[in-house]
Write a protein that binds this ligand. Sequence first.
Ligand SMILES: Nc1nc2c(ncn2[C@@H]2O[C@H](COP(=O)(O)OP(=O)(O)OP(=O)(O)O)[C@@H](O)[C@H]2O)c(=O)[nH]1
Ligand SMILES: [Mg+2]
Length: 426
Amino acid sequence: MFVDKVKINVKAGNGGDGAVSFRREKYVPNGGPNGGDGGKGGDVILEVKGNLNNLVDFRYNQKYFAENGHNGETQNKTGKCGKDLIIYVPQGTLVRESETNKIIVDMFEPNARFVLLKGGNGGNGNQHYATSRNQTPRFSQPGEKTDAHEIILELKTIADVGLVGFPNVGKSTLLSAITEAKPKIANYHFTTLSPNLGVLKMYDKSCVVADIPGLIEGASEGLGLGHQFLRHVERTRLLVHVVDISGSESREPKQDFEIINNELANYSKVLFSRPQIIVLNKVDLVEDRAIIDEFKSYLKKSNQFRNAPVYEISASQHKGVDELVRGIFNQLDKLPVIEKETSEIFDFDKKVEQPTECKRLDEHTFLVSGDKLNLLASRIDIYDEQSLAYLQKRLREEGVMTALRKLGLSNGDTIIVGEFEFDYME
Ligand SMILES: Nc1nc2c(ncn2[C@@H]2O[C@H](COP(=O)(O)OP(=O)(O)OP(=O)(O)O)[C@@H](O)[C@H]2O)c(=O)[nH]1
Ligand SMILES: [Mg+2]
């Protein structure tokens, strides 16, 4: 099965929690805190793997969660970091955020590697919180939690040359004649069910050729196999348009040629305006040379293809193929290289930072909001008195307590920060 678009879930590892522990040594009655820090969570990394040209594996496994960091341990031992998770993708995979469809990255280069999500930081162990007034801090910092995200992987093959043409005209035969690829060849339509790649070589030059199957009338609207495959022609520099000039299926070569061009144009103007080399295949079956000449003069009359190079070949008998290969490299030399899709730098967590704000909700309830304090609150253990005291200390330092008192805060009132609430004690 050929799959070139999938949705998957990704998540970096959470940071491990910091530990709470105290030294226990002989003759030292109350050892100081020695709770180690939590380990960092694993990153989610995308990497291009050379021999892939299909996203089918992602159909069976859609969850890609990196390992969480381990919790800190006693004796100041930092928890182990979570393992990074590497997701291997084919070259030319475009990665988008599912909700906004924004491009995150184009995995364009042969060995591209991209850190998609960073693992959460580990929390501090209680060793960090000893102060002159509190030698035995019984709290630590929880590790940073990470969010899961949905992304879309879309394969847009990168090839220099796209082989297009009606079914059964001999595209795969040509691919196997000029490259090392061994596609299936048979005398019926839709023999090839997914794009095939081959590397074409001449002296020290080489380029990638993609056989794009399944184009028929209506392909750009989803008929045949064509629609989904047209995206694989988008990133080619040159089209080699194969025509069965023998009319071996009693089809009219001109009509075939026009149908395919129409489909390209309907899909995108850019695709239609891409330079074409026209290959008249199966000349070995042509008995009347006038058919070839007539097709050539038809091209001469067309605005777009007047100057297009035309080659007469027999792919199965390997005739005229070497000239065609030279012609392909000749054209490629004149054409610009394929560009990577550009995008602004994508940040999953990018949002406008909410400033700290204090509000009186009712007579005895006060709300403190803002990103900085929400983050602080999320990393506090609410059930631990000391951890709570630490939060209150930070609230004082941020000027929040002064602001709340101005609003009328008094002993026993409730303060809500982030997801939890606590009572204020003077
Ligand atoms: N006589 C002759 N037959 C050819 C030539 N090239 C291809 N064929 C035959 O044409 C038939 C179709 O060839 P394929 O290469 O499978 O055609 P295709 O364009 O890849 O077809 P689809 O994959 O169905 O789109 C096969 O039976 C080939 O042997 C040629 O130059 N001369
Ligand atoms: Mg084929």
